[in-house]
Design a binder for this molecule. Structure first.
Ligand code: PMP
Length: 424
């Protein structure tokens, strides 16, 4: 049997479970922006493997740092112990985050980074003796697949089986251009004294369809949230580490979040790691001799030294001049490609933040998540060696920062060919 058939026999493989779904594609190696298939085919990874491989695959610098750490200290219980990679990573992250962030809490991935932020927010109010139970989130948001993260994400058919177990959340629509005043008006009535926290993906709602909004309206939402003390959680799991053109999307804002969630690009895609950071007053609410006031949350792999080392190496690369130049270079190519896109009748709502370029496909087939355009686009591009996974009818580029001009042009050309096909 082939690898894909062996996979099907023993693995509960998300996203290819339906009987009619194609078998997963075996990948044997990856380097830079290219995935190498078992049968000699190659794929340009234009989505950084779900937005994590910032510096491309198998970056030699990250690999060497992790390999050295593997031979020195691969893991140690973090309860009662500490180590250089964990401390150094926290020391280096805090100064590059919004200036009020004071403490780093480690977990395992984006979902747990969000889960921890929500637990911090609820317990903050509990510890103050003023419990608050409501959270406000943006409609259509995606914050992860664990229960708390599902609760604050936009509810969908996928979360229906769990609906009875998800805590109450009030949703406000994403404040897209043109809708700002209406959203602010609704928010005005919702940010009452019982709101524990407001969670938001700054500037770009990712999995919800690469929906973009302006810093101004977020600042005004933050101010409304603050009026009655709601804690602000910035989920930068997708937007962090340069993707939007600045190191963090929160750097576009005047207001500062109280809590931040980081993952995905944190380790450059080599290892799973989650980080939740918080401002000092939040940490202070947990400082007590009463052990029930501490945050009782720990994972077996909390602050894994290999993952922290990968994050340190990735941060070196992210802050290098070469990467800064690449961010500008890719953003400029995207901006030029937008001209070409705007000439196509199959495209609407072209939008860009830094190296993230997104647009709607508007051919026949509908705009629901499972529509025919999505499959047509995915398969068309894959057959031509380009990996892009549309979100419903939204197609987007989120390439690794090392992607060359030629690779980008090749991917653009294939998308143009797709658009011509859709217009036929
Ligand atoms: N928050 C955001 C904004 C995300 O985009 C994602 C993943 N798509 C998550 C949280 C969850 O991260 P993970 O898949 O690592 O659990």
């Amino acid at each position: 049997p082939s690898l894909a058939e062996r996979d099907k026999a023993v693995i509960w493989h998300p996203f290819t479970q339906m009987q009619t779904a194609p078998l997963p594609i075996p990948i044997v190696r990856a380097e830079g922006s290219v995935l190498y298939g078992a049968n000699g085919q190659t794929y340009l990874d234009m989505i950084s493997s779900w937005w994590v491989n910032l510096h491309g695959h198998a970056h030699p610098y990250i690999a060497e740092r992790v390999a050295a750490q593997l031979r020195t200290l691969e893991h140690v219980i973090f309860a009662g112990f500490t180590h250089e990679p964990a401390v150094e990573l926290a020391e280096r992250l805090l100064p590059v985050l919004p200036s009020n962030q004071a403490k780093v809490f480690y977990s395992d991935n984006g979902s747990t980074a969000v889960e921890v932020a929500l637990k911090m927010a609820f317990q903050y109010w509990h510890n103050l003796g003023q419990p608050r139970q409501k959270v406000i989130a943006l409609d259509g948001a995606y914050h992860g697949d664990t229960f708390g993260a599902m609760a604050v994400g936009g509810r969908s058919a996928f979360t229906a089986p769990f609906a009875p177990f998800l805590f109450d959340v009030d949703y406000i629509p994403a404040p897209v251009p043109g809708q700002e005043e209406a959203v602010l008006q609704l928010a005005e009535s919702l940010f009452t004294e019982d709101v524990a926290a407001f969670i938001v993906e700054p500037l770009v709602q990712g999995a919800g369809g690469m929906i973009m909004y302006e810093p101004d309206v977020l600042d005004r939402l933050f101010q409304l949230a603050r009026r009655n003390g709601a804690l602000i959680i910035a989920d930068e799991v997708m937007t962090g580490f340069g993707r939007t053109g600045r190191l963090f999307a929160s750097h576009y804002l005047k207001e500062k979040p109280d809590l931040m969630c980081l993952s995905k690009g944190l380790t450059g895609g080599t290892m799973a790691l989650g980080v939740t950071t918080c401002a000092q007053p939040i940490y202070d609410a947990f400082l007590s001799d009463d052990k029930f006031k501490t945050l009782f949350h720990g994972h077996s792999f909390t602050a894994n030294p290999l993952a922290c080392t990968a994050a340190l190496a990735s941060l070196d690369l992210t802050l290098s001049e070469a990467t800064l130049a690449n961010l500008e270079r890719i953003a400029a190519h995207h901006a030029a490609f937008r001209q070409r896109l705007s000439r196509s009748g199959a495209v609407a709502s072209v939008r860009q933040r830094g190296t993230l370029l997104a647009f709607d496909l508007v051919a026949e087939g509908g705009t629901s998540y499972f529509n025919t355009i999505r499959d047509v686009a995915y398969n068309f591009l894959l057959e031509r060696g380009v990996l892009m996974r549309p979100l419903g009818n939204v197609l987007y580029f989120m390439p690794p920062y090392c992607t060359s001009d030629e690779q980008l042009q090749y991917a653009y050309d294939q998308v143009e060919a797709l658009l011509s096909e859709l217009c036929r």
